[in-house]
Design a protein around this ligand. Structure first.
Ligand code: ZN
Ligand code: ZN
Length: 375
């Protein structure tokens, strides 16, 4: 079959809309007609060349759609299911899977950088040559072929243009608060960086019962949004002294937990300074893998627990339906995240916005009519 996709042929070049081909489904595969895909910062890192992947490649890993075809080993009832896609397929029985850390699954970590499927091959072709698949999904396309276990069914009334956000940014932020930090009632929390992940960390903290949630960002609009979704206090950097405010709110002790999602040295340093002795720090943001980040050593003392998390401790089959339920029950706000809706042809404009820090999330919306199946 053939369909359209946004293809990246080389770093620092625009994505090009191309007609690509997919091979037949393997027994555990499902074919998902993509309805919506969010533009995440990790996609931008590949475009900018900070994250090296073989090319040509189809990016996109924050994705929701409808299962249209299934492989021979997939339960027949899955056709027609509305799904959000997980980017963490895992074997379930390797060293790390057995220790409850599927994000470190040996096959997942081994094949991910090659941008192939879990079985080490790619299902996509461009001009007859193999086409790589980012994060086991390749969501910037009219269709995706993923392994059955990565297509997580949603309640039928969940709108797919917001469901897609659950697949990466929302899972990472809410999961950091609930799965990783395991926040509890009355906790004091600082969230640094209020993009999609940080806003979700704010909401995760609120859902867990945190009663003081201090949001920190450079951008006042983002802080206003953070307060709309649950932050009790806000500090604009560099104008406000976020560290002093954290002290003032906690009798000088520092906050119980810092959820960091800005990804720069100043943010990492603030996270360590603002955390109380015995508290915990969850780093969600990223510096360049070869960058050094400096800390005042004393800020790391005091039995602080520091965790770096890339998917918020996600167990997608458990967590995605919960997050969708929370949205449908009015407990998790997702509507304000979608600051721009684009057609696939407009995808480069969405990345321009992301690079410039405009808006929260651009979402590609695929109309059913635009899909041109030729087989
Ligand atoms: Zn992402
Ligand atoms: Zn494994």
């Amino acid at each position: 079959m053939q369909f359209r996709a946004a293809v990246l042929r080389a770093p620092r070049t625009p994505l090009a809309i191309e007609t690509i081909e997919a091979v037949d489904l393997q027994p555990d595969d499902v074919l998902v007609r993509i309805a919506a895909a969010g533009l995440c910062h990790t996609d931008l890192e590949v475009i900018e060349g900070q994250l090296a992947y073989p090319m040509p490649i189809v990016l996109g890993h924050e994705t929701a759609g409808v299962i249209e075809e299934i492989g021979s080993a997939v339960a027949p009832g899955r056709c027609g299911e509305r799904v959000v896609l997980s980017w963490n397929p895992h074997c379930g029985h390797c060293f790390h899977c057995e220790r409850g850390q599927p994000i470190l699954c040996e096959t997942y970590v081994g094949h991910g950088p090659q941008a192939v499927q879990f079985d080490g091959t790619t299902r996509l072709r461009l001009g007859g040559a193999p086409l790589r698949t980012m994060f086991y999904i390749a969501g910037f396309a009219e269709y995706a072929i993923v392994t059955d276990a990565c297509a997580i069914a949603l309640p039928a009334d969940m709108p797919l243009d917001r469901a897609c956000l659950i697949g990466c940014g929302v899972m990472t932020g809410v999961g950091a608060a609930i799965n990783v930090a395991k926040l509890g009632y009355g906790d004091t929390v600082m969230v640094i960086g209020c993009g999609a992940v940080g806003l979700s960390a704010v909401q995760g903290a609120r859902l867990a019962g945190a009663t003081t949630i201090l949001a920190v960002d450079r951008n006042r609009e983002r802080l206003a949004l953070a307060q709309q979704v649950g932050a009790t206090h806000a500090a604009t950097v560099p104008d406000d002294d976020a560290l002093a405010l954290a002290g003032k709110l906690t009798s000088g002790r520092g906050v119980d937990c810092v959820l960091e999602s800005a990804g720069n040295g100043a943010a990492f340093r603030l996270s360590a300074e603002a955390c109380r002795a015995g508290g915990q720090i969850v780093w969600l943001g990223k510096a360049g893998v070869n960058d050094d980040v400096a800390f005042r050593w004393g800020s790391l003392m005091g039995e602080k627990r520091i965790v770096r998390s890339s998917y918020g401790g996600a167990r997608p089959a458990r967590d995605f339906p919960r997050l969708a339920r929370a949205y449908l029950d009015g407990k998790l706000q997702l509507d304000p995240y979608v600051t721009r809706r684009l057609r696939l042809e407009e995808i480069n404009r969405g990345f321009d916005d992301l690079k410039a820090g405009r808006g929260i999330r651009s979402v590609i919306q695929f109309s059913r009519r635009s899909a041109s199946l030729t087989s």
